[in-house]
Design a protein around this ligand. Structure first.
Ligand code: NAP
Ligand code: MG
Length: 400
């Protein structure tokens, strides 16, 4: 008998190779076991174009209503894509649109298997990274200042008052100046998303900024996080045996390097941009990085961190077999099914998702994997078999 679902998942289909893999995962690994209920939205580029991107907005609204979504990778159009798909317009990134509507934060977490050793050998558990995706240098105003000029920080308080502070007197030579900002509401939403994700994944939270140097700006981040933690989360963290730690960013970097992993590393915008690439690379392949968007009021959208794997898709269209790694996309499905099971109190759905993850990991650990993993894999006594995507999925189904 198949596992029943109470509430549908929001299903956001996508583009290219990942769209192909999407269908295969459902066919081979999910539908034989689960009476799958989804509210389907086609976020493939042709449908986004046909609906003037309305479908993306509707899928995000559905996520607000139903609480859990699973998303396939999608093309963010550039000039070349506008031509390739004869688009009406260069539509915005669907991920950006969904993130704005849900006011969410993106969390990335690597999927670990025995046989693929992180470049930092001490890292035994995944390190999840949260990046604040608003403000700081990403919405900055910058200028060059000529020799003899002066730059001021001027604040108009909106009530006729003004404060003015000298940033620098450039009398000794030309230079540069930058104005950055953030807003309390965005920092607070970020904090809540981080604490929700940590509780959901059972992770300690480590947050680092530079409040000793930036006594107002970075200090505000520290204060908002602390206030929200104390008022809304401390009790639940204590009950779960989890910790929240704030320390200087330099100290966090040093601690992360010598840790064994297993925490949520909360990063300001720039730190997250840089550190997420470092952490992802250190764990191996893009095909093994999962991603979740979490809103401050606890709505979840799960996806792979990689894109639509265009190069493989063109080979697929030519009738060639491809060995594209489906693991991160499988994790999008298991993440969503687990969360749905948790919210609906259907433990058999959670159990199924965990088994599917287990079967995937043990398939790789017994030597069966896609081409991206084969050169990274090394486990005593295990022979490596490089499979195409479909054979790999079938191998997982055998284990399952
Ligand atoms: P990509 O699709 O992530 O692929 C970049 C390269 O990484 C691939 O060519 C492949 O290398 C390797 N790779 C990524 N995922 C893999 C997997 N699952 N298995 C095996 N190899 C994998 O990034 P892109 O080529 O820069 O972007 C392609 C399209 O995806 C773009 O239109 C972009 O807008 C979109 N995109 C969407 C999302 C999203 O929806 N979240 C995120 C990023 C990009 P080899 O070719 O060397 O094998
Ligand atoms: Mg980056």
């Amino acid at each position: 008998m198949k596992i029943a679902m109470k509430t549908p998942l929001v299903e956001m289909d996508g583009d290219e190779m990942t769209r192909v893999i999407w269908g295969w995962i459902k066919e081979i690994l999910i539908k034989p076991y689960v009476e799958l209920k989804t509210e389907y939205y086609d976020l493939g580029l042709p449908e986004r174009d046909r609906t003037d991107d309305e479908v993306t907005v509707r899928s995000a609204e559905a996520t607000k209503r139903l609480g859990v979504a699973v998303k396939c990778a999608t093309i963010t159009p550039n000039a070349q894509r506008v031509e390739e798909y004869s688009l009406k317009k260069m539509w915005k990134s669907p991920n950006g649109t969904i993130r704005r509507i849900l006011d969410g934060t993106v969390f990335r977490s690597p999927i670990l298997v025995k046989g693929i050793t992180p470049y930092v050998p001490g890292w035994k558990k995944p390190i999840a990274i949260a990046r604040h995706a608003y403000g700081d240098i990403y919405n900055a105003v910058e200028s060059r200042v000529p020799a003899g000029g002066k730059a001021y920080l001027v604040i108009d308080d909106g009530k006729g008052g003004e404060t003015r502070e000298l940033i620098h007197d450039f009398s000794k030579g030309e230079g540069i100046v930058q104005g950055v900002h953030n807003v309390d509401s965005s920092i607070a939403a970020f904090a809540r998303s981080c604490f929700n994700y940590a509780l959901s994944e059972n992770l300690d939270v480590w947050f680092g900024a530079k409040d000793t140097i930036s006594k107002i700006y970075d200090h505000r981040f520290k204060d908002i996080f602390f206030e929200i933690y104390q008022k809304e989360y401390a009790e639940r963290f204590e009950k779960s045996g989890l910790q929240y730690m704030y320390t200087l960013i330099d100290d966090v970097v040093a601690r992360v390097m010598r840790s064994e992993g297993g925490m949520l590393w909360v990063c300001k915008n720039y730190d997250g941009d840089v550190m997420s690439d470092m952490v992802a690379t250190a764990y191996g392949s893009l095909g093994m990085m999962s991603s979740a968007l979490v809103s401050p009021d606890g709505k979840y959208e799960y996806e792979a961190a990689h894109g639509t794997v265009t190069r493989h898709y063109y080979r697929h269209l030519n009738g060639e077999e491809t060995s594209t790694n489906p693991v991160a996309t499988i994790w999008a499905w298991t993440g969503a099914l687990k969360k749905r099971g948790e919210l609906d109190d259907t433990p058999e759905l959670c159990e199924f998702a965990k088994r599917l993850e287990g079967a995937t990991i043990s398939t790789i650990q017994s030597g069966y994997m896609t081409g991206d993993l084969a050169p990274l894999f090394k486990l005593d006594g295990v022979e490596i078999h490089r499979l195409n995507t479909r054979d790999f999925l079938n191998k997982i189904a055998e284990k399952l």
